[in-house]
Design a protein around this ligand. Structure first.
Ligand code: TLP
Length: 349
């Protein structure tokens, strides 16, 4: 296996380390006690995030998980139900926090590709009936992580918005990778954000920050979110240090996401050439390559052989392999990964 410095790590875009420029911005940050609302850098970041999303306000929180949890708790009372696709991160990868901490029921639906269809939602909305929980919220994700970074089509979101409005439901968007979605689709974050009641996005994924997510919505929602953040233990003090990283990322690291997307396409094209019929490489829409395998054993042996060759990937399910491109993958990284994988495949076969 190549030494540490030579490993190509495609496990996630969360693994990036802050760049020199970002570290300088963090070191210079003006700070104060943010629980008292006195950190000027946090305030600037929150204003900038609200502005980029075309919404009234935003709140810095430690993680995407907390931002989504706040979204659930803001829209639902105990015993209320939220509709989402089964691959949605807040259902599948956030430890059931909505249920455990706020008594919220999850109603997961299954679609072909992780995209929730308005017709499915309509059918799943509970009738007003004393025996049944009340449907309160729909959660969608863009891009859809566990579907391989697929985009949520804008027209679909618009129709979902109409439906949720008609039926008096909230609509929360987990936009952990909304900037990837915006760059790939050409639809601005503010245009996506105008279609939902609340949204969250992450600084610590493609944007390259060490920590932080934003919860975004109307002023009243964000005021309430501040209470929920404190309740969840997410009130931070001199958080300007991380907010400065966020401001730096919003300025320098959005447009370059197109490079990650190009690298993911390059990686997918190369892998299609060198992998055999046990693998199906899904078309790439953003910064992820999702490969469907014929069995859990294939997944396991493949990940192990790639690891030995110096390429790290993850298996989000027993029969899928995910590779994510990001800031810390060098320009030649996709080509090198394909070369290493081809060599490993030849040596095995
Ligand atoms: N995703 C991580 C893992 O948890 C799987 C990853 O490596 O992709 N929403 C979406 C769509 C996410 O992909 C993630 C993290 C989150 C929320 C949670 O964010 P954090 O990790 O900041 O709590």
């Amino acid at each position: 296996m190549p030494d540490d410095g030579d490993i190509l790590d495609f496990r996630s875009d969360t693994i990036t380390r802050p760049s020199a420029g970002m570290r300088q911005a963090m070191a210079r940050a003006e700070v104060g006690d943010d629980v008292f609302g006195e950190d000027p850098t946090v305030r600037r970041l929150e204003q900038r995030a609200a502005e980029l999303c075309g919404r009234e306000a935003a709140l810095l929180v430690p993680s995407g998980t907390m931002a989504n949890l706040i979204g659930l708790a803001l829209h639902c009372q105990r015993g209320d139900e939220v509709i989402l696709e089964r691959r949605t991160h807040s259902f599948s990868h956030e430890v059931g926090g909505g249920a455990a901490l706020f008594g919220i029921l999850f109603h997961p639906l299954e679609s072909a590709d992780g995209r929730l269809l308005p017709e499915q939602v309509e059918e799943a909305i509970r009738p007003v009936d004393v025996h049944q929980p009340r449907t309160r919220l729909v959660v969608v994700e863009n891009s859809i992580n566990l579907a391989g970074g697929l985009l949520y089509p804008f027209e679909l979101l618009r129709r979902l918005r109409q439906l949720t409005r008609q039926r008096g439901l909230g609509l929360h968007l987990d936009g952990a990778r909304i900037f990837n979605a915006a760059v790939a689709s050409g639809v601005e974050p503010a245009t996506w954000a105008a279609q939902v009641d609340t949204l969250s996005f992450c600084l610590s994924k493609g944007l390259g920050c060490p920590v932080g997510s934003l919860f975004v919505g109307d002023r009243e929602q964000v005021d309430q979110a501040r209470w929920l953040r404190k309740m969840l233990g997410g009130g931070m003090r001199q958080a300007g240090i991380i907010a400065a990283a966020g401001l730096y990322a919003l300025e320098h690291n959005i447009a370059r996401l197109a490079e990650d997307h190009a690298r993911a396409r390059e990686l997918a094209a190369g892998l299609r050439q060198c992998l055999d019929e046990r693998f199906r490489v899904q078309p790439v829409e953003t910064n992820m390559v999702l490969i469907h395998t014929d069995s859990a054993a294939t997944t396991e042996t493949t990940l192990a052989s790639w690891r030995r060759a110096g390429v790290l990937a993850l298996a989000p399910s027993p029969t899928t392999i995910r590779l994510v491109t990001h800031l810390d993958i060098p320009a030649a990284g996709a080509r090198q990964a394909v070369e290493r994988i081809s060599r490993a495949t030849r040596e095995q076969g």
